[in-house]
Ligand binder design. Structure first.
Ligand SMILES: Cc1cc2nc3c(=O)[nH]c(=O)nc-3n(C[C@H](O)[C@H](O)[C@H](O)COP(=O)(O)OP(=O)(O)OC[C@H]3O[C@@H](n4cnc5c(N)ncnc54)[C@H](O)[C@@H]3O)c2cc1C
Length: 543
């Protein structure tokens, strides 16, 4: 008897794990003694998509980067002893198509256009069925429109139109793109084309509908061409100006951006009759690095969790704490950008539901998962999540109108923060949260688990020359805070146990892990295996 668990948590889903589940289900069809299940995070997010095989009498084995059908077949072989046949090209093609469709859907949902388009041109070239090819190419054209690549979209739509001559949808899409490109003459030509193509009396309603739509497109195009403030947009994104960079350690700085672009949206969506959904949130930065291996667009997409509040965002200000990695594609690009340059930031996206502090809102009403205390187990730049959690504990910064702000998070909260001695981030905030007496925005306790500084050539330290405060002076300041302790060890299960025991006196605890993948993975395993914590009470934020 064996069980195959296919991870369906965030990172794995973004890498097509729903399709992996479907693939493995398909490959195990008819085999007895093997069950296939969806599972929560298995703690190897950086190598997604992941699967665990559990065989009776044997230890579990983790299978990572299941990015081909062949690898899924290998999992099935290990679980059942039976090697599935991959001779059927139709089955193989169907499974590969399902997988790339799932990756595309998730990326599209996150408005990550480059990621959504990755590999599509090749799939189109390899698709022999004309209708399937046209469908894929239409999908690609729509993604190009979302990404502001209108000329490319027109090229794809022309190819689709040559196959789907009588598809009204294609004419409507071409009209939309011509409107965005302000091509008035071509809109007129398209209207003539429609009148000719749908000239049969039975097509009169279609002809009239598209004709009216194209006339509206032309009017809109004339108006927008006359608007001097008009610029080409990327769907879901707004333009922000880099206004300041304040180094906070040799590796990390707070990047301050401003924007008057009304498309920037808000973390706190509201309106008449709308329920107030509290959440922590992040934004996606488009790093315009040029040609890259993440997709066909000239940018890569990276998520960041602002440390400033939703109120600041609405006023057109945002502060983002960013660590610069010498080998990081996006951050080394950002490091070279001058003050005053413009970048694209997405509208705010939900990270965790509040007060449940879970990724999945459906758990909000689950009483068994209700908590009376919160432990934030963070490392490196993962500390930014603490800032957002604290905003929801403070009547001045939580969601709500100025006359009605009741913090949704009120339970005792402890932070265990693992960091390098030369990279203690948000020290001032930690000390403020520990000693604060405003409302509920107060940390019960904070433990800094400091590791020693790695020797690094100063050329590799992006902010070496500009940081004035040395790490020791920052630590000295923190050492005087009464409910904050500094330990010179890694985070151990004993340390966690001690802090959890204090919180557990009050009831069940939610634990949020936020840091680099290796940290997240180690902490999650430690909590489950050594501290006996139920997986459902742990939220892992992959960084
Ligand atoms: C929801 C969310 C919120 C995030 N918020 C922030 C934030 O507020 N501030 C912030 O600085 N980052 C944040 N990140 C991480 C960020 O999105 C990027 O991954 C990071 O800036 C590196 O991007 P890069 O392109 O420079 O590196 P990449 O080119 O993607 O990676 C290159 C190398 O850099 C190193 N590296 C990259 N990321 C990490 C990491 N997280 N930990 C350790 N080593 C790493 C590794 O050596 C890696 O091999 C967040 C991520 C997520 C998913």
């Amino acid at each position: 008897m064996s069980e195959i668990y296919v991870c369906q948590a965030g990172s794995c889903k973004a890498q097509g794990s729903e399709a992996v589940l479907l693939e493995i289900e398909e490959l195990t069809k008819g085999l007895v003694g093997c069950s296939v299940r969806a599972s929560g995070c298995v703690g190897a997010c950086s190598q997604a998509p992941n699967v665990i095989v559990a065989k009776r009498g044997a230890s579990e084995s983790l299978h990572t980067r299941l990015d081909t059908v062949e690898k899924s077949a290998e999992v099935v072989r290990e679980a059942t002893g039976h090697t599935p046949s991959l001779q059927d090209p139709v089955l193989l093609d169907r499974l590969a198509a399902a997988r790339s469709m799932r990756i595309r859907q998730v990326a599209r949902g996150e408005q990550k256009w480059n990621k959504a388009m990755a590999g599509m041109a090749q799939r189109i070239a390899n698709t022999s069925d004309e209708d399937d090819r046209a469908e894929l190419q239409f999908d690609l054209a729509e993604l190009c429109v979302s990404a502001g690549q209108y000329e490319e979209a027109l090229g794809h739509l022309a190819a689709v139109k040559s196959v789907a001559v009588y598809s009204p949808q294609v004419y409507l899409s071409v009209g939309k793109v011509l409107r965005l490109l302000h091509r008035f003459d071509e809109l007129d030509e398209l209207a003539e084309d429609v009148a000719w193509t749908f000239q049969e009396p039975r097509s009169a309603r279609i002809r009239e509908y598209i004709g009216n739509f194209l006339r509206e497109c032309k009017q809109d195009a004339i108006q927008s061409a006359a608007d001097p403030t008009h610029f080409r947009r990327i769907e879901g994104y707004a333009r922000w100006k880099l206004c300041g960079i304040v180094p906070v350690s040799p590796h990390t700085a707070i990047y301050h951006f401003t924007s008057s672009d009304l498309k920037r949206g808000t973390p706190y969506a509201r309106g008449r009759g709308r329920t107030m959904w509290h959440k922590t949130w992040h934004t996606t930065l488009l790093a315009e690095v040029g040609e890259n291996n993440e997709g066909p667009l000239p940018w890569i997409e990276r998520d960041y969790t602002p440390v400033s509040t939703w109120i600041d965002w609405e006023k057109g200000n945002v502060d983002i704490l960013i660590k610069i990695y010498p080998n990081g594609t996006a951050t080394s690009w950002l490091h070279k950008q001058p003050i005053g340059c413009h970048v694209w930031l997405s509208q705010p996206k939900k990270t965790m539901a509040v007060p449940s502090l879970t990724l999945n809102s459906s758990r909000i009403g689950n009483d068994k998962l209700a908590h009376q205390g919160v432990l934030l187990l963070v490392a490196g730049t993962g500390i930014v999540v603490a800032s957002q959690v604290m905003h929801h504990m403070d009547p001045n910064t939580c969601f709500g109108t100025s006359t009605n702000r009741t913090p949704p998070l009120r339970c005792p909260t402890t932070v265990i923060y693992a960091c390098r001695q030369d990279d203690v981030l948000m020290a001032g905030d930690l000390s403020k949260w520990c000693s604060s007496d405003i409302g509920h925005a107060k940390l019960q306790r904070c433990v800094l688990a400091i590791s020693s500084t790695q020797d690094q050539a100063s050329a590799e330290l992006p902010f070496q020359a500009t940081t004035s405060l040395g790490p020791t002076s920052e630590l000295r300041q923190l050492a005087s805070v009464p409910n904050l302790s500094i330990v010179e060890t890694r985070v151990t299960s004993e340390l966690i146990q001690h802090e959890l025991a204090l919180l557990h006196e009050l009831g069940q605890c939610r634990i949020v892990i936020s840091g680099p993948e290796s940290f997240n993975c180690a902490m999650k395993n430690m909590l489950i295996q050594e501290n006996g914590i139920v997986e459902d009470l742990i939220t892992v934020l992959s960084g």
